[in-house]
Structure formats: C-alpha cells, structure tokens
Design a protein around this ligand. Structure first.
Ligand SMILES: CC(C)(COP(=O)(O)OP(=O)(O)OC[C@H]1O[C@@H](n2cnc3c(N)ncnc32)[C@H](O)[C@@H]1OP(=O)(O)O)[C@@H](O)C(=O)NCCC(=O)NCCS
Length: 203
C-alpha cells in the first residue's frame, strides 16, 4: 500500500489518496453524488445496512455532505471513493471512522455488486487497517456487521480481526470484530475512548 500526502482543497482538509495492488482510494468530491446514488439505491447493496432498504436520493445527498465534512473534523479519517487502478470507474467505498456515537474506530466498505467476489473488499479493508495503524496511529480498530452478513464477517476475519461476539453500535446489536496494532496489548482502547466513553456491549 502507498499513501499520498494529506493536502487541502479550498481550505478544507482532504484524505490522502491510498493505492493498493489493484485499487485507488481517494477522497469523495461533490461530483461523485451519482455514484453514491447508484450504490445506495441498490437493494442488494443495502440488505444488511441500517433498515435494509434502499436510500432515497435526498438522504444520499445529505450523506455525501457528511462524508465531505468528516475529514475536516477528524483528521485522516473518513470515507474513500474506490476505483480500479487504470480506470476512474466507481466500484464502491471504504471507510475508517468512529462507529456511530461510540469511541471505537471502525473499518467499513460498500461495493457495487459487479465488484463482489473478487477480493476487493478484503484488499481495501486491509488498506484501511494499515492506514489506521500507520499514519493515524490507532492501537485498536473494530468492524461491526449485521449477524447475517457472513461475507462481511469473512472480510473482517481475513484482515486479521478477531470475533469478539456482540456489540451495541448504531443502536443495534451487531457482530463485533477487532484487531490491535501489532505489538499493542489486546486490551488497549481505541484512541479517544476515555474522552468519549460511549462504547456499549450487549449481553
Ligand atoms: C460485503 C462485501 C463488501 C463483500 O465484498 P467482496 O468483494 O465480495 O469481498 P471479498 O471478495 O474480499 O471476500 C468475501 C469473502 O466472503 C466469502 N463469502 C461471500 N459470501 C458468503 C456467504 N454468504 N457466507 C460465507 N462467506 C461468504 C467469500 O467466499 C470471501 O471469502 P474467501 O476469500 O475466503 O472465499 C460486499 O458484498 C458488499 O459491498 N455488500 C454490500 C454492502 C455491505 O454489506 N457492506 C458491509 C457492511 S458491514
């Protein structure tokens, strides 16, 4: 994985562009709205996300606003637009950011169905993990999934995350996976945990 430098556009902080063997991950721009709409209006994509329903375009536009703002509030964290090397065609996104209102930082990903089953989720998620443990300096990163989202759980396991059972995030009971930075102790909290203190575990 190689990471570009962090810069600024119109005074706003941007995310570093990250390149893996097959992917280019870059910050979203306002002109990417149509790509996000294609992703989030697809019922196959949304099956295990939030209420399981495709999103309305106005909701997606507001989500893009939040995505654009996120790295300006949380340096080096946010959502990266993904394409294959050699093409700017959108295949989906990867994220490294706080898990809802909790203090834990999670890896996320959402790909167009045409890109499923090719190892791209694993490749991009590994790049998010390396960005988190490298430039961001995290000691622990989590992943959470709907209990039936076995493909996503497999991705998290393949990037070295341990199955930690259940956790409560986004006001839901979700499967929880976690990994510590090599050399960090297994009980090390995510950066910022003490200040925000909202992490909850379900029985
Ligand atoms: C989940 C998702 C990102 C997986 O993407 P992907 O590119 O197919 O993932 P990968 O190819 O890297 O790996 C998927 C793994 O899950 C396995 N898998 C796929 N479907 C599975 C299933 N139903 N049960 C068990 N394992 C499954 C694959 O075999 C593969 O593992 P393997 O390499 O050991 O064979 C993709 O399906 C997606 O974007 N879904 C919609 C959005 C979403 O659910 N995001 C996650 C929210 S937590």
């Amino acid at each position: 994985m190689t990471a570009g430098r962090v810069g600024a556009v119109d005074g706003r902080a941007i995310l570093p562009t990250i390149r893996t063997a097959r992917l280019v991950l870059r910050a979203f721009v306002r002109g990417d709205l149509a790509d996000l709409v294609r992703l989030d209006t697809d019922p196959r994509v949304m099956t295990y996300i939030a209420d399981g329903r495709p999103q309305a375009p106005d909701v997606i536009a507001k989500a893009l606003d939040r995505v654009l703002r996120y790295p300006t509030l949380n340096a080096m964290l946010g959502v990266w637009r993904a394409s294959l090397r050699g093409s700017d065609a959108f295949i989906g996104w990867y994220s490294l950011k706080y898990a809802g209102r909790s203090t834990d930082i999670e890896i996320g990903y959402r790909l167009l169905p045409a890109a499923w089953g090719l190892g791209y989720a694993t490749e991009g998620a590994a790049a998010m993990r390396d960005h988190g443990f490298g430039p961001v300096g995290l000691s622990r990163i989590i992943g959470v999934t709907h209990p039936d989202n076995l493909a996503s759980q497999r991705v998290l396991a393949k990037i070295g995350m341990r199955d930690e059972g259940w956790g409560r995030y986004y006001d839901r009971r979700l499967r929880l996976f976690a990994v510590e930075r090599p050399g960090a102790s297994a009980s090390a909290p995510a950066r910022g945990t003490a200040e925000r203190g909202a992490r909850g575990r379900d029985a």
